[in-house]
Design a protein around this ligand. Structure first.
Ligand code: AMP
Ligand code: GLY
Length: 418
């Protein structure tokens, strides 16, 4: 089968690497792709995967049998819907089903209907009512913009004045005019963990949990980022966490969506907080996590192309997925200035030295190939993944490799998987 993968970050390089391993895949195209994906098949630098008509044209021109959507923006733009109209199979939810990620208010409404344990929340489009509600809460306050805000729309604070100001900013359209709605939420205390399921509209298969590091600095300090590292397996979670998440979250949520005529096909990402009262849902995403995907793909012992094609067609075989017992640890190398104002265009060297190491994978994220070689082209630049018999060994390999890659002024955390 010919597979067209949309996106060009570290998550997509890891997905492409796994898809290319499948004997079923004859060609892997990636749009826009990146220099890592370019080693696996044709890439289309500069391609905009949210341009729905361009995606349809590219899929038809290349006779793609399956389109795999990596990031959320093309889902929100409706690429899966448009591909369905021209008869091209796509793995990812439709625009309506992807509202589980693109509208926090919609996600809350579905969770309430499906009786999914989550933080209590109230939704406002009026500042007076929002302020009155905030004042009745105890700190810490959690205030969120309703729509997609690239991870920047959430404020967690003990300062009531700051919380009030955030309400004003959300309602003024500070996170996009489409999201002049604000969600005030109960604060959930406890460790966070990501659980993922592959869904075909009716059935769902759980992936192994992965832990991601959202803050920029060691010891979880500094600003929130897209994710500075990840590891899997995770040992400090309940042994039945995936089964619990399928039963109490994924199945009721996807059943509620199917009932209203918007079956959910694709990855459902469940962000959980393990509170003293049991796990509760923090958020949904309509895609794999980045960098969680980069530690899950090396451990998955299944044919990903077959799984995605079955799910896209609504015919997932209901067998538990097989996983390697080995551990994977991903350290993200970021550009200086990330996340506020990353500096780009710097040469990257040492990749050949890392390629000679065993049990290390490098997934490209913000990189670009030029006549002079590969240069930095984004905030998160590379994912250096170490594999090993246990987490300590995987971690040691990842950090050994990090020393060999030279990204000028590179930022990375030294405490991933410690
Ligand atoms: P989100 O964009 O919804 O994933 O929120 C970003 C981060 O804010 C999460 O990863 C949490 O660390 C924090 N956060 C969001 N909502 C809550 C909540 N209800 N309670 C505690 N922390 C939260
Ligand atoms: N690593 C968090 C995310 O992908 O949203």
């Amino acid at each position: 089968m010919k597979v067209l993968l949309l996106g060009g970050g570290g998550r997509e390089h890891a997905l492409g690497w796994k898809l290319a391993e499948s004997p079923e895949v004859t060609t892997l195209l990636a749009a826009p792709g990146n220099p890592g994906l370019a080693a696996l098949g044709p890439v289309f630098p500069g391609f905009d995967p949210t341009d729905v008509m361009a995606v349809v044209d590219l899929a038809l021109a290349n006779a793609a049998d399956l389109v795999v959507v990596g990031p959320e923006a093309p889902l929100a733009a409706g690429v899966v819907d448009a591909l369905a109209e021209v008869g091209v199979a796509a793995f990812g939810p439709t625009k309506d089903a992807a509202r589980l990620e693109t509208s926090k208010a919609f996600a809350k409404e579905v969770m309430t209907r499906a009786r999914v344990p989550t933080a209590a929340a109230a939704v406002f489009d009026d500042a007076r009512a929002a302020h009155a509600h905030l004042e009745a809460q105890a700190p810490p306050y959690v205030v969120k913009a309703d729509g997609l805000a690239a991870g920047k729309g959430v404020l967690v604070t003990d300062d009531l004045a700051a919380a009030r100001a955030w309400v004003e900013r959300c309602l003024a359209g500070g996170f996009g005019a489409g999201s002049r709605t604000v969600v005030v939420e109960e604060y959930l205390a406890g460790p966070e963990i990501s659980v993922f399921a592959i869904c075909d509209g009716e059935r769902a298969l759980g992936l192994e949990p992965a832990r991601d590091y959202k803050r920029l600095g060691d010891g979880d300090v500094g600003p929130n980022t897209g994710g500075m590292g990840a590891y899997s397996p995770v040992d400090d979670v309940p042994a039945d966490l995936v089964a619990w998440t399928l039963d109490h979250v994924v199945v009721p949520t996807t059943a509620a969506l199917a009932e209203e005529g918007t079956p959910y096909r694709g990855i459902l990402y469940v962000g959980l907080v393990l509170t003293a009262d049991g796990p509760k849902v923090l958020e949904f995403n309509a895609r794999l996590g980045d960098p969680e995907c980069q530690v899950l793909m090396p451990r998955l012992e299944e044919d990903l192309a077959v799984l995605f094609a079955e799910a896209a067609a609504g015919g997932l075989e209901a067998a538990p997925l097989r996983w390697s017992d080995r551990a994977a640890v991903d350290v993200v190398l970021a550009s200086p200035g990330y996340p506020e104002a990353p500096e780009t265009g710097a040469p990257i060297t040492g990749l050949e030295d890392v390629a000679r190491l065993g049990d290390v994978l490098v997934f490209h994220a913000g990189t670009r190939r030029t006549a002079e070689g590969v240069v930095t082209a984004g905030g998160r630049v590379l994912n250096v993944v170490g594999l090993g018999g246990d987490r300590a060994e995987a971690r040691r390999r990842a950090y050994e490799a990090v020393e060999l890659v030279d990204v000028p002024g590179k930022r990375f955390r030294r405490d991933i998987a410690e």
